[in-house]
Design a protein around this ligand. Structure first.
Ligand code: AMP
Ligand code: MN
Ligand code: MN
Ligand code: MN
Length: 286
């Protein structure tokens, strides 16, 4: 029986577990195939692959790239990427480079409402300084008593229209897809149900993604309702896109869903692993 989880984070970006700890947890939960998909960074893949080999888990090289599209931030997961592909390596470095200045801007916004020391406070929560992001600010805000947990921070801070928000330019959709596909990997639109988009804009996004050469939609993700799962599965079928699934696990107590605890894909889906060695069966996830 296969248990496939193709989206999660380690301390390299905004996860709470090191790549090795993450693999140990995945193994304990019966995961047979795991992709580590840190935000804008591939530095955890070597360690994770080694740990996965020791636990007999099939490991998939992954990444989750931050993209700006029509003034919105969306996320593109890359699976089976070649970590030596120069345009990908260079592109990710450029995406990461903007994070330090953005963190200063976020801290300046929080200063305006009387929350001081957030820059140092957020950096105290990072694994890798170059990957400073909103989750690290969220952990600081929880620690300081401004919210009860990370999820509630994102209701009151750090998002459009709330304190601590700053706009930011990430990669373009075309570039992110090209870096991934050009490396021999497959690009996946991550958690499409989480973008605040009407039906027409979402359709445009799928069109643009297909035109850029993207391969798949992440249909199974914890934030999707059963109705969204069905709708996105139909979108994928109609556009001849593959489908993917992932827990988007960030750490114990901080995630909607633990590693490998995902519902099955709807029958009508063509899974992204359909042509992977040893994966040509529909999995029955726990
Ligand atoms: P960044 O890449 O710095 O903009 O940070 C994005 C990260 O913030 C996401 O990957 C999530 O880990 C976290 N995040 C964003 N929105 C939420 C939310 N509503 N609840 C929990 N975490 C969130
Ligand atoms: Mn994250
Ligand atoms: Mn994401
Ligand atoms: Mn993610």
């Amino acid at each position: 029986m296969l248990n496939i989880d193709l989206h999660c984070h380690s301390t390299i970006s905004d996860g709470l577990l090191t790549p090795t700890q993450l693999i140990d947890r995945a193994a304990a939960r019966g995961v047979t195939t795991l992709a580590l998909t840190d935000h804008d960074d591939i530095a955890g893949l070597t360690e994770a692959r080694q740990a996965a080999e020791a636990k007999n888990i099939t490991f998939v090289n992954g990444v989750e790239i931050s993209v700006s599209w029509r003034n919105r931030t969306i996320h593109i997961v890359g699976l089976n990427i070649d970590t030596n592909h120069e345009p990908l390596v260079q592109g990710l470095a450029e995406v990461r480079a903007g994070r330090a200045q953005r963190a200063e801007n976020i801290a300046a916004e929080l200063d305006k409402i009387g929350i001081h020391g957030s820059l140092e406070g957020a950096y105290a929560h990072v694994g890798e300084r170059r990957l400073i992001g909103r989750t690290h600010f969220a952990r600081f805000l929880v620690e300081q008593g401004h919210a009860k947990d990370v999820k509630s921070v994102f209701k009151h801070y750090l998002v459009k229209g709330k304190p601590g928000y700053t706009p930011h330019q990430w990669a373009t959709l075309d570039d992110a897809v090209e870096w991934i596909q050009g490396s021999g990997g497959r690009a996946v639109i991550a958690h499409p149900g989480r973008y605040d988009m009407g039906k027409n804009v979402l359709n445009d996004l799928f069109e643009a993604f297909c035109a850029a050469g993207g391969s798949a939609i992440e249909v199974i993700t914890p934030s999707h309702t059963p109705d969204q799962v069905r709708r996105f599965a139909l979108h994928a079928r109609d556009r001849q896109l593959l489908v993917s699934c992932g827990s988007d696990f960030h750490g114990p107590g901080e995630s909607f869903c633990d590693l490998g605890q995902l519902p099955e894909l709807p029958d009508l889906c063509n899974p992204i692993w359909h042509d992977w060695p040893m994966h040509n069966r529909i999995p029955v996830n726990a």
